[in-house]
Design a binder for this molecule. Structure first.
Ligand code: SAM
Length: 292
């Protein structure tokens, strides 16, 4: 093709017919347990890839490549794709699907058969995470990957729309919760769109949301990430209570909780849903013994 071609041929992406044929070939029946809803619409793939802002030199980590819809789009935009899939039948099939549809890109793919919530080693250092995530484990997968792969600088994930709203929520919002605060420890998250149900096979019963993120430094604190996350978990385990009451168990009593909250500059009668991740870090730090 030359640059003067008036209408370039659309890239070969997988549509409903190809997806069903591939699934049939390997005897795959999508399961709910593994959140298997495959994208059957090339425009949705183009939209996800465009929103992901992947540079051509990047290595992308894709979680749950499934039958390869998004993988083909990502291979086109990036230098390398590392795809982590838990289903052995899907993982085994992926290289041949890519070889059939885009043989020139097949060498740029690594498939890792693993649970993305446990993976700690990859064959290449990814700088971006782009995935249509299995919905039941979307948040733990994102948090695990941000923790274990500091090379990940940005990303775009598709999750249930209501989970997307929780991930991007700020303090004071109704949807602000554990995913929002823990997500904010690692990154700035933003909502990047809503996707309808009919672009999937099988179609889920709810809409999906796109969440983009850019990694930032966590708050500066002497407390470890685990210590800060313990305060967050305690605060939201009883989100209707004041922080003084909700953190009593964590602090060793309501009086101690009040003392740590005051030291951290947080009103003890406030609720956990109104304070940001930096405040959680200060509360965790207030409990630590003073070291000169
Ligand atoms: N990327 C494909 C697409 O867009 O058509 C499939 C997305 S589907 C929503 C989720 C995929 O994640 C499935 O292929 C499923 O087998 C895989 N999966 C589920 N749990 C997983 C886990 N813990 N680790 C890695 N992959 C997982």
């Amino acid at each position: 093709m030359t640059s003067t071609d008036p209408s370039p041929t659309p890239l070969p992406l997988l549509g409903a017919t190809e997806i069903r044929r591939l699934a049939e070939e390997i005897g795959v029946r999508p399961t709910k347990t593994l959140g298997q809803n495959f994208v059957i619409d090339g425009n949705t793939i183009r939209r996800i890839v465009a929103a992901a802002n992947v540079d051509p030199g990047e290595t992308v980590l894709e979680v749950g490549p499934g039958l390869g819809s998004l993988t083909l789009g990502l291979l086109d935009a990036a230098a390398r794709v590392v795809a982590v899939e838990i289903d052995p039948v899907l993982a085994a099939k992926l290289p041949s699907t890519v070889a059939a549809f885009r043989p020139e890109l097949a060498g740029n793919l690594d498939v890792v058969l693993s649970d993305a919530m446990r993976v700690t080693e990859l064959p290449a250092e990814p700088t971006a995470l782009v995935a249509n995530l299995p919905y039941n484990v979307a948040v733990p997968v994102v948090l695990h990957l941000l923790e274990h792969f500091p090379s990940l600088k940005h990303g775009l994930v598709m999750v249930q729309d209501e989970v997307a709203d929780r991930m991007v929520a700020g303090p004071g919002s109704k949807t602000y919760g554990v995913p929002s605060v823990k997500g904010a420890w690692y990154s700035q998250m933003r909502k990047a769109g809503v996707i309808g149900m009919n672009v999937f096979w099988p179609a889920p019963k709810i809409s999906s949301g796109l969440v983009g993120f850019v990694r930032h430094e966590p708050p500066v604190t002497r407390a470890s990430r685990e210590q800060v996350f313990a305060v967050i978990d305690a605060a939201f385990a009883q989100r209707r209570k004041t922080l003084r009451a909700a953190l009593a168990g964590w602090a060793g009593g309501a009086a101690e909780a009040e003392k740590y909250l005051r030291e951290a500059g947080v009103d003890p009668s406030a609720r956990g849903e109104v304070i940001d991740v930096a405040a959680y870090a200060r509360i965790a730090e207030a409990k630590l013994p003073f070291t000169a």
